[in-house]
Design a protein around this ligand. Structure first.
Ligand code: EPS
Length: 373
């Protein structure tokens, strides 16, 4: 079973991860992992912390001559800003952050909470997700994402191909496929920065190449959409997840919402629309998986909201530390990583196998079987 654990504080020495269950025989290309780490650091609206950090993965175990051995992969991303012990505490919890609930629950300082709640921890998630992408690519499965909304600026309902989305990551400052919309997004981010405010947005993540039958209908915790939703909702600042039509399924009639099924010899069974977002009954149905997430604006505001001083109990403003104005592009990279891990885990559950060669054999056999149905 593919699984992982992470550890590390935002201003500690490093972030650590252990990825277990990766089969042997996968070439672990550090440049590909570092490329995703660099994408996570970039994006219009990021703050000053990213000028200090230069995130690079260090792989300490589970590989031999650059190839996975089947043993747990231990990795580290070092923090350059690592002065945790001399950092001041915060006394006025930020509305929207883990500060208040975390310090009450653990009976600690806000500092102790924010260090782990910080989205800095997502650097190691991105490294783990990038390794999962290397496995998925070997299985001809690709994951991509794009930003479809920042504040009130959003791309309209036009059909966007997977290939367009893959290109946006190299050409756009906000991982957005439309340069006209990106300009509007940038203007809104500039305005928010001037107002000491922050902005969130909406991201779409897609998975291409997944055969039908990944996940299962038989138990709630085996449903692929349930697993993806959990992984995406657990990312910092995510407040909504929707597949395909998402919230709009409640608006339309069944005859519009459901995707008619067709068959021909070349394509086999397929659907003539994809309102389901590629998942029916908790299983992939052979179409692209399409999932959207909504990210709230970052809760550290330069122009802070009312809060309470936890020492004096007096009303005051929330504490402010440096912050990003908008981290939506970074969030899209993190979401890709979350999806890549879940899809890789579910795919391995279907194929079994301890080596890449065995997995490929099993996947090939399953795809051949699908052609006979
Ligand atoms: C982040 C690093 C952090 C924050 C941000 C994410 O750096 P610092 O706290 O030193 O400025 O900029 O954290 C949050 C958004 C959060 O909610 O805590 C990073 O590397 O992504």
């Amino acid at each position: 079973m593919l699984r992982y654990l992470t550890s590390g504080e935002s201003h500690g020495t490093c972030l650590m991860g252990i990825l277990e269950g990766m089969p042997s025989g996968v070439e672990i290309k550090e440049d590909r992992i570092n490329a995703d780490l660099a994408r996570r650091q970039a994006g219009y609206g990021r703050g000053d912390r990213q000028k200090i950090e230069n995130d690079k993965v260090e792989i300490h175990s589970g590989i031999l001559k650059g190839v996975s051995t089947g043993a747990p992969i231990g990795l580290i991303v070092k923090n350059k800003d690592n002065t945790i012990d001399s950092m001041p505490d915060l006394v006025c919890p930020r509305p929207g952050h883990a500060d208040l609930a975390g310090s009450l629950k653990y009976d600690t300082s806000i500092r102790a909470v924010l260090e782990r709640a910080s989205a800095r921890s997502t650097a190691v998630h991105v490294a783990i997700g990038a390794i999962c992408k290397l496995l998925l690519v070997e299985c001809r499965v690709r994951v991509a994402s794009h930003v479809i909304q920042v504040g009130a600026a959003s791309i309209s309902g036009e059909m966007i191909t997977f290939e367009q989305i893959e290109k946006a990551k190299d050409t756009s400052k906000l991982n957005c496929v439309s340069s006209a919309v990106e300009e509007k997004m940038i203007a809104l981010i500039d305005e928010a920065r001037e107002n000491g405010d922050t902005l969130g947005g909406v991201i779409e993540i897609r998975v291409k190449g997944l055969p039908a039958g990944i996940g299962s209908h038989v138990q709630p915790d085996r449903k692929l959409d349930g697993q993806l939703a959990q992984a995406l909702m657990s990312m910092q600042a995510i407040k909504a997840v929707g597949f395909g039509l998402g919230w709009n399924v409640g608006y339309h009639a069944g005859s519009y919402v459901h995707d008619p099924i067709a068959y021909n010899k070349e394509a086999g069974y397929h659907h003539i629309s994809n309102n389901a977002g590629g998942i029916e009954g908790g299983m992939s149905n052979g179409e692209e998986v399409v999932v959207r997430i909504a990210k709230k604006p970052i809760s550290t505001l330069k122009n802070p909201l009312p809060s309470v001083d936890m020492k004096t109990k007096k009303s005051t403003e929330a504490s402010y530390e440096r912050s990003d104005t908008c981290a939506i592009a970074a969030c899209s990279v993190i979401a890709e990583a979350a999806v890549a891990f879940e899809v890789a885990r579910a795919l391995l559950e279907k194929t079994g196998g301890d080596s890449l060669a065995e997995i490929k054999r099993n996947l090939h056999a399953y795809k051949e079987y699908l052609k006979t149905r």
